[in-house]
Design a protein around this ligand. Sequence first.
Ligand SMILES: [Zn+2]
Length: 197
Amino acid sequence: MGTWLATVRFPDGTRKYARYSTVVECMYDRLYSTACHYGDMLPDGQQCYRSAVTGEPDPQWPEAKRAPIDQLVPVEIGEEANNCTWHALYCPQRAMVLGPMSCDHMDELQYRYELVRGDDGVRHLCDFVISDAREDRRPNAACGRRVPGQLLPFHRIEPYLGMELDTLPEDLPPMDLYAEWDRDDLCRECLASQLPQ
Ligand SMILES: [Zn+2]
């Protein structure tokens, strides 16, 4: 009952399918080549009342070494439970999506990090520090580099129980940085550091 279809779209037009769970609000990592869509007929003649993966899962190699960063493949994933779409990275060596596995990654990244544009124009993720955001005290970026530079609009305050909502600074929309994987002004190491090694 809590399982819905997720569709993984590759840059070459290939589609793969996976299960999406509303219990854990994320996609499972097994990919399938086929799915039965709402209204289609299953091989046994039953109608599909909810889209679902069909057949056997594709082979995967979870123990394989992760492909080098520049060989990771950006994919777009859509799930039918909440009709949310996000971008993620696929590892061709493992034949698996490394992540993110749900739309929630946008909140998670924006609650945790600042986005900083370094002097070379490249944007990096730096841990948000509440008490002291001075540039010289800023933590290293997620890729390990020191990034003095300009804070960009990105970080959002995580709502908590009892928070006075009218004291919030103007909130920013969710931002899907993985959608910008192919841009040369975004640090790929910072994004890849958020995924399983
Ligand atoms: Zn970086």
